[in-house]
Design a protein around this ligand. Structure first.
Ligand code: MEV
Length: 333
């Protein structure tokens, strides 16, 4: 038997970067998922086959041996190794594991692909060994993996990927779940430029060290926007939501995490009917999100594509991590 798990990606609506320090973030799980299938090995290796992401290789202890692809994703792979070993440790088993990773979430563009793969890995490995970890435990183990990749992550990504739905999160205070009836018309614009969350978080930290008082004000305002934004989201007040997204984007630009391409896409979306547009996630490339009335969505999407970027509509999902045991013969690729 094998263990299989899937987990969703995410988009941050409000509060990226400020949430690293304080103040809430509003995060939504999206309907793009990562899948991991885990199988037992006779040796002690953790073999990772992530061919559709461009790499595969194995760990003997902490040492990685590439089979395909280079090491720039090395930290991500180390995180999967760690998540796998921590899960086995927690379940008191010793074994080698094969991980087959398949993800529909574009990598390194702010949509939470690393967290989703980590969460799905913990989910799949615990199923493989008949474990019954709570969602909280799954999220906590995945968080340790995230620490290898991102340095000091806030914890938003692994939590929303584990629990799904709409969440507000405040460091030290934890998560609240929220219910939204019906759909909200969001579009994602992907600049296709990969970037490192760790690096972007460090850039902001350096700016804050040089300008502590001013940066603390900006971080506080971002927190207020996130609180108001949650209220507007729950009331489905799209106009106010759009205003708040635009203001939040301006502040993110002011702390140096936007790029020319992200600016172009945000302005393009607004000029073509979006009520609001902002970068999402760590910035420095990656994705922006736009909000538009249903009637304007197609035009906004087309306008973003004309700027040589990918554009797709996303639906929010309540489905967090899901795992099951499957027969070897049912392990599709
Ligand atoms: C990354 O998805 C969001 C950041 O706020 C970092 C974090 O919360 O760990 C930039």
């Amino acid at each position: 038997m094998l263990g299989e798990a899937t987990a969703p990606g995410k988009m941050i609506l409000f509060g990226e970067h400020s949430v690293v320090y304080r103040g809430p973030a509003v995060v939504l799980a999206i309907d793009r998922r990562a899948k991991v299938i885990a199988g037992k090995r006779d040796d002690e290796k953790v073999y990772i086959d992530a061919d559709n992401l461009g790499f595969s290789g194995y760990f003997e202890g902490d040492e990685y041996h590439a089979v395909r692809g280079k090491a720039w994703r090395g930290r991500n792979l180390a995180a999967l190794n760690m998540s796998t070993r921590k899960t086995m440790e927690r379940l008191d088993v010793e074994s080698g594991v094969n991980l087959k990773v398949r993800s529909m979430i574009p990598i390194a563009v702010g949509l939470g692909s690393s967290a989703a793969v980590n969460v799905a890995t913990v989910g799949a490995v615990q199923r493989l060994f008949d474990g019954d970890l709570s969602k909280e435990e799954i999220s906590n183990i995945a968080f340790e993996g995230e620490t290898i990749i991102h340095g000091k992550p806030s914890g938003v990504d692994n939590n929303v990927s584990t629990f799904g739905g709409v969440m507000s999160y405040e460091r030290g205070k934890g998560f609240n779940h929220h219910q939204i009836e019906g759909s909200i018309p969001f579009i994602i614009g992907n600049t296709r430029k990969k970037r490192s969350t760790k690096k972007m978080v460090e850039t902001v930290a350096v700016l804050r060290e040089r300008n502590p008082a001013l940066m603390d004000n900006v971080i506080d305002v971002m927190g207020s926007i996130a609180s108001e934004g949650l209220d507007a989201l729950l009331k489905k007040d799209l106009k106010r939501l759009g205003d708040l997204m635009n203001i939040n984007h301006g502040l993110l630009s002011s702390i140096g995490v936007s790029t020319m391409k992200l600016e172009t896409l945000c302005h393009t979306a607004r000029a073509n009917g979006a009520l609001g547009a902002k970068l999402t996630g760590a910035g420095g490339g990656g994705c922006m999100i736009a909000l538009a009335e249903e009637t304007e969505l197609a035009e906004v999407e087309r306008a973003i594509r004309r700027r040589k970027s990918d554009s797709y509509r996303v639906s929010l999902t309540d489905r967090g991590v899901e795992s099951r045991r499957i027969e070897e013969k049912n392990a599709d690729s």
